[in-house]
Design a protein around this ligand. Structure first.
Ligand code: CP
Length: 294
């Protein structure tokens, strides 16, 4: 199975093999290694993206693939064409693999049964964002060397977060302990059997403090009282960062709401791995695209 639908369905050995291959690509000094010359990859984004879309494009181009970029807003999706018909259309034109981001949950598994070329999940609703979690795992492994004995606190909008879900599945498979911290109305009840909810004070004692973006576009009005109120209760402020362990790191998938879930001054502080995470997006996606086409 060359699809990558999520980390819940991916074995530990597969995860380790992707991380190892990403380490190879990160250490590779040549910018171009055309191992995918002659292959066509379509990036199909039915939801907005900066990091995921561009790092897939950089990864594909570094491997020498021909890249087709599809943006829903400039396509026949605007005329009512379905996601299935769009993907089927690109498949009929001869693409060799597809990277896809979309809102509906469950549709990707259906597509993967009907579409013959490998599909890579670039984020589906609040379900999974496997390449984000893989680059997060890569960043954690590179910092600490191993996962055993590590505690990762994921703080914020768990309910709407595909990043939290993919990280939960991936981190637990690798042997780390995951704790969640969220206001009552941002908790995901179906996940509570896998990770317990702790106070902000306890979350700050973790080895990895992973902040999530407050996803204002997925909330009804009134879901958070105000940005100031959210920051006061669940934001990583400079004062709270001062309570973290000396060796602990700060992570965030970005985009960031500066001054809401994390203070501006912390985004590029010594503890922060936020831009390092972004740079790891390229070698991880090189490993993932190569795996899909090998
Ligand atoms: N972290 C992440 O998925 O960012 P984008 O939405 O910009 O791709």
């Amino acid at each position: 199975d060359r699809h990558l639908l999520g980390l819940k369905s991916l074995g530990k050995e597969e995860i380790v093999s992707i991380l190892d291959r990403a380490a190879y690509w990160e250490s590779h000094t040549h910018k171009l290694s055309p191992v995918l010359e002659g292959k066509f990859v379509a990036n199909m984004f039915f939801e907005n993206s900066t990091r995921t879309r561009f790092s897939f494009e950089v990864a594909e181009k570094r491997l020498g693939a021909q890249v087709l970029n599809f943006a829903a807003a400039a396509s026949s999706v605007e005329k009512g064409e379905s996601i299935y018909d769009t993907v089927r259309t690109l498949e009929s034109m001869g693409i060799d693999a597809g990277v896809i981001r979309m809102k509906p949950i469950g549709l990707l598994a259906e597509l993967a049964e009907k579409i013959k070329v490998p599909l890579i999940n670039a984020g589906d609703g609040n379900n999974e964002h496997p390449t984000q979690a893989l680059l997060d795992l890569y960043t954690i492994r590179k910092t600490f060397g191993e996962f055993k004995g590590l505690t990762v606190a994921i703080i914020g909008d768990i309910m709407h977060s595909r990043v939290a879900r993919s990280n939960l599945w991936g981190l637990q498979k690798m042997g780390a302990t995951v704790k969640f911290c969220a206001p009552d109305n941002m908790q995901a009840p179906e996940l509570s059997e896998f990770a317990g909810y702790v106070t902000m004070e306890e979350a700050l004692q973790a080895d990895v403090v992973m902040m999530l973006r407050v996803q204002l576009e997925r909330h009804d009005k009134g879901f958070i009282r105000s940005a100031e109120d959210y920051r006061a209760h669940y934001g990583l402020t400079v004062e709270r960062a001062g309570m973290m362990k000396p060796h602990a790191i700060i992570m965030h998938p970005a985009p960031i709401n500066r001054g809401v879930e994390i203070d501006d001054e912390l985004v590029e502080c010594d503890k922060s791995k936020i831009f390092t995470q972004m740079s790891h997006g390229v070698p991880i996606r090189m490993a993932v695209v190569e795996r899909a086409l090998s």
